[in-house]
Design a protein around this ligand. Structure first.
Ligand SMILES: [Ca+2]
Ligand SMILES: [Ca+2]
Length: 508
């Protein structure tokens, strides 16, 4: 990196766990009669796109203001060690909604949509499963990637607005970005109204549905927000929460990639998201951080509108709320912006449950996977256990946050590249066999690869081997129609988007 930045490392990760006893238990009724709404909990699922741990319940950024997510956390259980199954929209959301790992479906890229893959077209998604058991299902905004499934009544009974940023400036606010000046690679503020934003419209739709929900049927309402996905546009009032002169910058460490394997570059080889070097050279690092934070606070306010509507409704005491993000986001750390890495910056996500059957004001440090949502919600609702679930129900941890869970969290970015995280360690293995290991208590920023240089030791090797036992045993090849952000390890080297990549052309 041409320009090096050193900033004070504040306590970006705190993982204190307030231990306590879980008390409430879910209603275990299994009745499927549509008229039994009062005995079955409703589900309100709130998804946020590209939101990393910069939220108050996770403490990932000391300046961030997310009062609505904090309010939700205070009345529920926050998983402080939750991770996505893929650091990219389509594979992450496909995994969460089907209960299957990317390695089991072969969906690693931004395409395909499951219904276009013959072997996957009949998978029963989370809302479909609830629908089969008497629930009215509603989807608005970004739940599936892009417009996958949009307005298909076999995917949901009711469809709200599609996802999108909403109001846009007449032209991009930042200088042309590398890799083709992608139109989404933009951030900043310009004159517009909060009411003109796509997420405002999605929240308004969810509010109106909550106000008019039929009384004779339990509901599963999925509400997906687009921000803080790029372009990070917010109105001035959200920027005013983060004055430029007092803004805390994320810890960006000189030469942090000197101990990471070449393959760590291959998995985000050629992307529209700028490298940190470009952001620094173009004075865009601070504007990006500020814009991202402004968007996080804006989207939090929309979460608040939906929670307010729930609390004012007759459903407030009988609705399970779950909030998640599909993956994290780098804002300069490890030389990149964007996702598509196997470090905590990309894999760690907010995951908060609240409502009947969930302990209040608790934090769970056990590893959790977004894949666990499907079996967890099914168990909380008292529905029969579905076949073929690859996640584990988090009900034991929702009852008792200290309940040990042996399985670590596994994240995959294209076949053969995985990270495995437990409470204290992160192990990464790439498709060429290269590896990383981090000890998270002493090194929460994952700065020192313990499988590199002088850090190599029998003890570190033994931790790596212990975690490596959890790597997927079988990996499906690319599903038909796979495209966008596809990396393949073939016999003669790595291929990016079907073309052999030249490691000497790396852009740092
Ligand atoms: Ca995403
Ligand atoms: Ca390093």
């Amino acid at each position: 990196m041409a320009h090096l930045i050193r900033v004070t490392c504040r306590a970006f990760f705190f993982m204190t766990c307030i231990l306590g006893s879980g008390v409430a238990l879910a209603d275990s009724t299994t009745a499927v009669n549509k008229t039994s709404r009062s005995t079955k909990p409703n589900i309100l699922m709130i998804a946020i796109d590209d939101l990393n741990d910069w939220v108050e319940p996770l403490g990932g950024h000391p300046d961030v203001k997310t009062p609505s997510m904090l309010r939700l956390a205070n009345r529920g259980t926050t998983f402080t060690n939750a991770h996505c199954q893929a650091p990219l929209c389509n594979p992450s959301r496909t995994s969460l909604m089907t209960g299957k790992r990317p390695t089991s479906t072969g969906i690693y890229g931004l395409s395909p949509w499951i219904r276009n893959v013959s072997d996957l077209s009949s998978l029963v998604t989370l809302p479909q499963y609830f629908n089969q058991h008497g629930y009215r299902t509603l989807i608005g905004g970004k739940i599936y990637h892009g417009r996958n499934g949009f307005q298909k009544t076999d995917e949901a009974d009711v469809w709200g607005p599609p996802s999108g940023v909403g109001a846009k400036p007449e032209q991009k606010l930042i200088p042309p970005t590398p890799g083709g000046n992608h139109k989404l690679m933009d951030w900043g503020t310009f004159p517009h109204r909060d009411e003109d934003k796509g997420d405002w419209q999605v929240a308004s739709w969810a509010v109106s549905e909550l106000e008019s929900m039929p009384e004779d049927q339990p509901f599963f309402l999925s509400c997906g927000f687009f921000l803080p996905h790029v372009p990070c546009y917010a109105t001035q009032k959200w920027f005013d929460l983060y004055p430029e002169d007092t803004l805390t910058m994320p810890p960006i460490i000189d030469n942090d990639r000197s101990d990471t394997p070449d393959a760590s570059w291959f998995i985000h080889w050629d992307l529209p998201e700028p490298r940190t070097s470009w952001l620094v050279e173009n004075d865009q690092l601070k504007p990006l951080v500020r814009s991202y934070l402004a968007c996080v606070s804006f989207v939090d306010s929309q979460v608040g509108r939906v929670l307010d509507a729930l609390e004012k409704s007759p459903h407030r005491d009988n609705t399970i709320v779950v909030l998640w993000s599909d993956h994290g986001y780098h804002l300069g750390e490890k030389a990149i912006s964007g996702k598509n890495s196997l470090w905590a910056r990309s894999t760690r996500v907010p995951l908060i449950f609240a409502g009947p059957g969930v302990s209040e004001n608790e934090r769970c440090q056990q590893p959790a996977e977004l894949l666990d949502l499907y079996p967890t919600l099914v168990e909380l609702a008292g529905l029969p256990k579905p076949e073929g679930m690859e996640g584990l129900s988090l009900k034991p941890q929702l009852d008792h946050p200290e309940q040990v869970r042996a399985r670590p969290a596994i994240c995959t970015h294209n076949a053969g590249n995985h990270s495995v995280v437990d409470q204290h360690w992160r192990y990464i293995r790439y498709a060429d066999g290269s590896e990383e290991l981090y000890e998270l208590r002493s090194d929460p920023q994952e700065l020192t690869n313990l499988l590199h240089g002088t850090h190599v030791s029998d003890a570190n090797r033994s931790e790596a081997d212990r975690l490596a036992k959890w790597l997927p045993k079988v990996e499906m090849p690319l599903a038909e129609g796979s495209a966008n952000r596809i990396l393949e390890k073939r016999e003669d080297g790595f291929y990016w988007q079907g073309k052999k990549l030249n490691p000497s052309k790396r852009i740092e």
